[in-house]
Design a binder for this molecule. Structure first.
Ligand SMILES: [Zn+2]
Ligand SMILES: [Zn+2]
Length: 241
């Protein structure tokens, strides 16, 4: 540990992303809290990565969740680390709104542990975090997706580009809207800022995947810019219906 890290550790000791307690040196989470997190495993949707209820899967061997059967997505496929449960919900809340930016270390590293090999096998050239609007980023001081993307990029040796895709304006909070309204709300919310660098395969990073409308809106813009394949990784995801 360098002198700067040591001072930071004393001034801002690393806390557990789940219970918020100060952690023992070298830890990223308490062992008990880790057990309260549910890792996404098979069986899951081949498109969005939402896990299926095991019993239901046994009875009808499905490939896609209800959403992905009905809807066309603009991305190739997605991966998620944790089930969206109470623990993750509260953790993300503190991460975003209580300036707990060190949580990104644990979360970014878990993304790499779970999907690093798969990401490499896809031939991803660049990682792009789902952007916040300038105003929101300024008020919050950081973009949580960007912090996780930076950890992933560092660990995987893949560049992170935070200047390619921008969010134009603040949209109405998505949770207040139904599916059609969500899509409409997000239409044209994202813009391609830089045209000089062209990518073929991109990985988007976000904290929560629900209906996929945000990822789709980003993927649509990127594809208009010539990107051939867009994948995503999300810290958390709900169950597939
Ligand atoms: Zn804990
Ligand atoms: Zn799905």
């Amino acid at each position: 540990m360098g002198i700067k890290e040591k001072i930071l550790q004393i001034l801002f000791p690393k806390t557990c992303p789940i219970c918020g307690d100060i952690l023992e040196k070298g830890r990223e989470i308490c062992p008990e809290c880790k057990q309260r997190l549910i890792y996404i495993r098979e069986p899951k949707c081949k498109k969005c990565g939402k896990p299926f209820d095991k019993r239901e899967y046994d009875s009808q061997t499905r490939e896609y969740c209800g959403d992905c059967t009905k809807l066309h997505h603009s991305y190739e496929h997605g991966m998620a680390v944790f089930r969206y449960n109470e623990e993750i919900r509260e953790s993300i809340f503190r991460f975003k709104y209580h300036n707990q930016r060190t949580y990104a270390d644990f979360y970014g590293k878990e993304m790499v542990k779970c999907y690093g090999r798969h990401i490499h096998s896809l031939g991803i050239e660049v990682i792009i975090p789902v952007p916040l609007s300038k105003k929101k980023r300024r008020n919050r001081g950081f973009n949580q997706a960007e912090l996780m993307a930076n950890i992933c990029g560092e660990q995987l040796g893949i560049p992170v580009d935070c200047g390619k895709l921008l969010r134009r304006r603040d949209t109405v909070p998505q949770k207040e809207l139904n599916h059609t309204e969500r899509r409409k709300n997000l239409k044209n919310a994202f813009i391609i800022e830089k045209n000089d660098v062209k990518y073929k395969k991109i990985l988007l990073v976000d904290d929560i995947y629900t209906t996929g409308s945000t990822i789709d809106a980003c993927a649509e813009m990127l594809r208009q810019d010539g990107v051939e394949k867009v994948y995503f990784i999300s810290l958390s995801i709900g169950a597939g219906i």
